[in-house]
Design a protein around this ligand. Structure first.
Ligand SMILES: C[S@@+](CC[C@H](N)C(=O)[O-])C[C@H]1O[C@@H](n2cnc3c(N)ncnc32)[C@H](O)[C@@H]1O
Length: 227
C-alpha cells in the first residue's frame, strides 16, 4: 500500500503532517541521528524505508563523510527524498526502489529505520529481517530503530495509546483522531518494546534503549565484534 493511501494524505503533505500524527517525531529523529556515534570517518549507512529522507538528511549532517543508501518501495516518497538529499550536495548518496524484506541488504556499517518496520506483521518475518541486518552489518556496526514500541502491560499500553490519541486530538477532531489510530492499527503491527529487544537479542545484537516515552522508543542494536 502506498504511503499516501495508508496515511490518507498526499505525499507532498507528508513532511508537514507527520509530526501531527506522531508525537515527539522530530525529537526521536534527532536522537536517532545522534545515536550513530560512528568510529569510522566514512561509514556506509543503509536507511530502511527512507520515505521522504528526513532521517537520512539528519544522518548526513551528523556524519559529515558518511555515505548513505536509502531503500523504499514508494516511488513518490523517494522522489521527495531525492529532492531533499540533492540539496545537501553530498556525494555517496543513493536511493533505491527496493523492499527491505526481499533479497540481500547492502553491506553496511549502520542500518537505520524510522517508522518503517511496523509494516512487518509477524514475529517470524521481523526476526528474519533482524537476522539479515545482522548479516549485512560489519562487526561493531549497529542498527538504530525508531518506532512505536508500546509497553506490554495492558494498563500501561492503554494509557500510552490514550496519550497518542490526545496528541492527535491536538491537531484533529476527536473522531478523526480515533479513526486515524484504528486505521493504522489495522495495517501496522506495533510490537511491545520488550519483545523488540528480545527479537534483536535473539539474533545476537546487544541492545540499548536510547530514548523512550509513552508508546515510542529509539533503540540502538550493536553487532558484537566477537560473537
Ligand atoms: C511512515 S514512513 C517513514 C518514512 C521515514 N523513515 C520517516 O521517518 O519519516 C514508512 C516508509 O517505509 C516504507 N516501507 C514500508 N514497507 C517497506 C518495505 N518492505 N521496503 C521498503 N520500504 C518500505 C514506506 O514506503 C514509507 O516510505
Amino acid at each position: 500500500m502506498s504511503v499516501a493511501s495508508h496515511l490518507r494524505i498526499r505525499v507532498t503533505e507528508y513532511d508537514r503532517k507527520i509530526h501531527t500524527f506522531i508525537p515527539y517525531y522530530r525529537e526521536m529523529l534527532s536522537v536517532a541521528a545522534g545515536a550513530l556515534q560512528p568510529r569510522l570517518t566514512s561509514p556506509l549507512i543503509v536507511d530502511l524505508g527512507t520515505g521522504t529522507g528526513a532521517l537520512a538528511k539528519l544522518y548526513l549532517e551528523a556524519v559529515p563523510a558518511g555515505r548513505l543508501i536509502g531503500l523504499d518501495t514508494d516511488s513518490e516518497m523517494l522522489a521527495v527524498a531525492a529532492q531533499r538529499l540533492r540539496a545537501t550536495q553530498r556525494p555517496g548518496v543513493e536511493l533505491k526502489k527496493k523492499s527491505f524484506t526481499r533479497g540481500a541488504l547492502p553491506r553496511a556499517n549502520y542500518i537505520t529505520a524510522a517508522f518503517s518496520l511496523h509494516h512487518i506483521k509477524t514475529r517470524g518475518l521481523k526476526v528474519r529481517l533482524y537476522q539479515r541486518c545482522m548479516e549485512a552489518l560489519h562487526a561493531d556496526g549497529a542498527m538504530v530503530s525508531v518506532d512505536c514500541m508500546p509497553p506490554s502491560h495492558p494498563d500501561l499500553h492503554a494509557s500510552t495509546m490514550q496519550a497518542w490519541i490526545r496528541h492527535l486530538e491536538g491537531h484533529y477532531s476527536s473522531r478523526d483522531a480515533n479513526d486515524h489510530l484504528s486505521a493504522w492499527a489495522k495495517e501496522d503491527r506495533y510490537f511491545p518494546l520488550d519483545q523488540e529487544v528480545e527479537m534483536l537479542r535473539s539474533v545476537g545484537f546487544k541492545v540499548e534503549i536510547v530514548w523512550r516515552r509513552e508508546s515510542f522508543a529509539v533503540l540502538r542494536a550493536t553487532k558484537p565484534r566477537h560473537p
